[in-house]
Write a protein that binds this ligand. Sequence first.
Ligand SMILES: Nc1ncnc2c1ncn2[C@@H]1O[C@H](COP(=O)(O)OP(=O)(O)OP(=O)(O)O)[C@@H](O)[C@H]1O
Ligand SMILES: [Mg+2]
Length: 595
Amino acid sequence: MKNTDSSLSTAVRFVLGLAWGADRRKLTVGVALLLIGYLSTPFVGFLLRDFTDAALRGQSATAAAMAVGVAALLVFELMMGHFAHLYYFEVGEQAGTELDRRLAALAGGGSGIAHLDDPHFNDTLALAAEDAAKTRPALEGVLHLAGLALRAAVTVVLLATVNPWLTLLPLAAVPPVLIARRAAELSNRARERTAEAGRLASHLLSLAADADAVKEIRLSGADAHLLDRHGSAWRQTTDALWAAQWRAAALRGAGQLLFAAAYGGAILVVLQQAVRGTATVGEVVLVVTLAVQISVQVASAIGLHATMAAAARTAQRFDELAAAVPVAAPARAKTPRRLRRGIRLRGVGFAYPGAAEPVLHGVDLTIPAGATVALVGENGAGKSTLVKLLCGLYQPTSGAITVDGVDLRDLPAAKWHSRIAMLFQDFAKLHLSVRTNIGIGQLALAADDTALHAAARLARADAVVAQAGGLGGMLGRGYADGTELSGGQWQSIGLARALLRPTPLLLALDEPAAALDAHAEDALFGRFAASGRRAARGAGAITLFTSHRFSTVRAADLIVVLSGGTVADQGTHQELMSRPGLYRELYTMQERAYT
Ligand SMILES: Nc1ncnc2c1ncn2[C@@H]1O[C@H](COP(=O)(O)OP(=O)(O)OP(=O)(O)O)[C@@H](O)[C@H]1O
Ligand SMILES: [Mg+2]
């Protein structure tokens, strides 16, 4: 019972708190109308009693008045319910939207993105997203429960007027409620057990229908295989859920049988009273009416139990998610306006959450302010990971990164992010307008056409912008019928987004030339060198890029060779070519291939 109480109060507080925050006026009106409506139901029994007694005594005028009263009360109850519904429906929708907003904030929030690599976090996120869609029913549930409680209190008083023992009737409702709680637990545990398989099933299905993957899937003939795997994951989920639902339904049925026995007992008691002459026929009618109402109310309370338990779980899930999102420690230093010394990594090690092996270990590196640095190394060496650490998206698991001598962890994360211009290797392709695609690089400039065009020119994306029909043109087909771009064209848009940042301290480009043709790449790096030097003079900015193309790498001030997650060598092109090692080996290999 304790657990029921706490989960009920959690649900009520959570749902009412959301609704109150969404629209307190509409909530108040909705609750008032609903309670008035609920209150009228027990009085139907009251009027029926008087109607019966009056009719039996031959007082036709009173009987008629009572009959009209019953009809009026029923219509009144219906109307109140209808108007109340208008109000709380609206509030419930608003509360659901608020929950969606919180969910997005949790997924995208915190001081980094490490939590998004945690499968448990992702499972909880998926379940919470399902829950958020049920906020409106949950609010309705809470309000109906309040109405039912009020109605039960009135019913008890009315029953006591006939026979004090009858006040025990609502108590008979307790075992069915407890049993229903057990049933809800059963189906909920099944839902949690099958969450993983369900996620796999829907992932496989979306993969089979994914426009990006469909070419490879078609050629490899993997579509049937994917659908097979989807089918078996889906069956696994539904079989387990079906079995659990059956058991839950059987339990609920047994609970309701228990109540039916008590109901029969109550009718028997009042019938005996009537036979002995201590109760009127009207009172028999009253008890029959109220008992029917109680049974209906118990059934709805049982029905609401699952809703309440679900709402309590939603509240817990949101708490759990909030606790898992890493909170940025209070900033203890200011982000510098310009870099004076540069960025230093000391003994930096890093393992992705849940991974057994570290990706980086013992990385020692000094990147002087104003330098252009190239990170090279084989696939999987840890280049992109290092770049993400510098952006503050992940925290080193050992060692420290300092910016002008201040630990990156002590800087305000949002401020540091705002001074980084970044092109990720897996940059976002937003199926939205060109303006949004470039503009989110610096939201304050999203309406500044001159700045957007300048960034596009710098990134050699001006032709793409023109092809898409200007800044207002849509890209991709995900949302509207926009222009489809090639891989290299998408990347130039991603680059324009990065270059929109006016005064970054760190310009980080992860494989900016991966999708570019040789001509475009050459021109791009020429422009970078110029704009990088300008930024370096102004703010001591560091330009950091990773590349597998050594022709562009050689111009960097500092080349860092990563191998097996640590710095294998570093220096200028000349220095690295003067000694045997991975750099000279790879450089010579590429040069030979070209000539
Ligand atoms: N989100 C992640 N979760 C777990 N492991 C990851 C994640 N991202 C990368 N890794 C692992 O970290 C290692 C280094 O990956 P990283 O992307 O840093 O390599 P890279 O040097 O950039 O390679 P490439 O040249 O192919 O871009 C790889 O073994 C990869 O499997
Ligand atoms: Mg990479």
